[in-house]
Design a protein around this ligand. Structure first.
Ligand code: FES
Length: 380
């Protein structure tokens, strides 16, 4: 749709910024031409284009039609076509807005009733910084966020866009703000209205930092410090435990078994019969008969259980499958295939009995016995 409100008797402004304006580049002029072509408006002449590029008024803007600096059409120099978010929004005529400390374009946005997000403001700040434009003030940011600031109640309320435009006739609208009699001083940039609570949204941090917004995180109070210390301690403890487990992997897993050769005392320490005092420690019984002393290895020859000595029955009884052995360890009942083995015994230089359970003497079924071999017993 053509911008009929901009139509003058001697010219059509279309979407061109009203005079005074900055010099326009070729792409902006080309966009204007395309718009005019689409809308059926008269195209810009070569003279118009030359004037626009030179920053000169169009022929009909020199006084033939619309006044060159019409209060209703003037915009501050800072407002250019390169800032579409601010320039393209229409201003509802009947909307009352507070313009104290606001530039015209911000006043338009506020009057349009559109609330900006913090990331949008940060992006706008970055854009202004790139284009060497003055940044948004805290008052403007507060107004764009739609927040109620301390400045709002005391600021005078301007009724329509027409009156805003009238105030825009000055080269810089913002310069009119100090003239507001009851206007409070601007809020400091580090105030609450510009402070992010938490992490800035993804993708906005650079723009926010460029705009001076969103660079402040939550306060580093003692509780947060304590929490952070706790988290780091937990992480450190986990890493230490993990590294210890990792290095333990390289250490050999050695089983420390009891010695197989040991002394059990003197022969005179043992009376006739079975002595079980070394059963728990060395898994042996010391057996003494009238003419010899020998050591029975306490392991059932069926499947390896440790039999129990039954003194009342004068026999060994295996608890696993019921094999029975007499007092000398010779099997006589149950599934045991042969007598229990006997350990090697000899006298140590000090006269004690030295037992070696690594050397066993057996009596296999149907074969000669080893129980009478030297070392299988000691004569008494
Ligand atoms: S293990 Fe002793 S009887 Fe089976």
């Amino acid at each position: 749709m053509a911008d009929q409100s901009n139509t003058a008797t001697t010219g059509v402004r279309g979407r061109l910024p009203a005079w005074p304006r900055q010099a326009l580049n070729a792409s902006v002029i080309a966009a204007e031409q395309a718009y005019r072509k689409r809308s059926g408006l008269p195209l810009l002449t070569d003279e118009d284009i030359a004037n626009l590029k030179a920053g000169e008024p169009l022929a009909w803007e020199r006084g033939d039609g619309v006044p060159a600096a019409s209060p209703a059409s003037a915009v501050p120099p800072a407002a250019t076509l390169a800032a579409p978010p601010l320039d393209s929004a229409p201003v509802p005529p009947a909307t009352a807005v507070s313009t104290a400390g606001l530039s015209l374009e911000v006043a338009k946005q506020v009057a349009a009733g559109k609330k900006w997000s913090k990331s949008s403001i940060a992006a706008e700040q970055a854009r202004r910084k790139r284009n060497n434009l003055p940044p948004l003030t805290d008052v403007e940011i507060t107004a764009l966020l739609g927040e109620t600031s301390a400045a709002a109640p005391a600021a005078p309320v301007v009724a329509t866009a027409a009156s805003q435009a009238a105030s825009a006739a000055a080269p810089a609208v913002r310069a009119a703000a100090p003239a507001t009699p009851a206007g409070p001083p601007p809020v400091a940039r580090s105030g609450e209205s510009t402070r992010y609570v938490g992490t800035p949204a993804v993708g906005t941090s650079k723009a926010a930092a460029a705009g001076g917004v969103a660079s402040v995180g939550p306060e580093d109070g003692p509780v947060n410090q304590q929490r952070r210390r706790f988290v780091w301690s937990a992480v450190a403890a986990f890493l230490v435990a993990w590294f210890l487990a990792f290095f333990r992997f390289f250490l050999p897993r050695t089983l420390f078994e009891p010695a197989t050769s040991f002394k059990i005392g003197y022969a005179s320490d043992f009376g006739l019969g079975v002595d079980t005092k070394f059963q728990q420690k060395f898994r042996i019984w010391v057996d003494r008969t009238p003419d010899r002393i020998f050591v029975i290895y306490a392991r059932c020859t069926h499947l390896g259980c440790t039999p129990d000595w039954k003194p009342s029955e004068n026999k060994f009884k295996c608890p696993c499958h019921g094999s029975g052995y007499d007092s000398e360890g010779v099997n006589f009942e149950g599934p045991a295939p042969r007598p229990m083995d006997r350990a090697h015994v000899e006298l140590a230089p000090d006269g004690q009995i030295l037992v070696d359970v690594a050397r066993l003497y057996q009596w296999p079924k149907g074969q000669p016995t080893q129980f009478n071999d030297p070392g299988a017993f000691l004569s008494t």
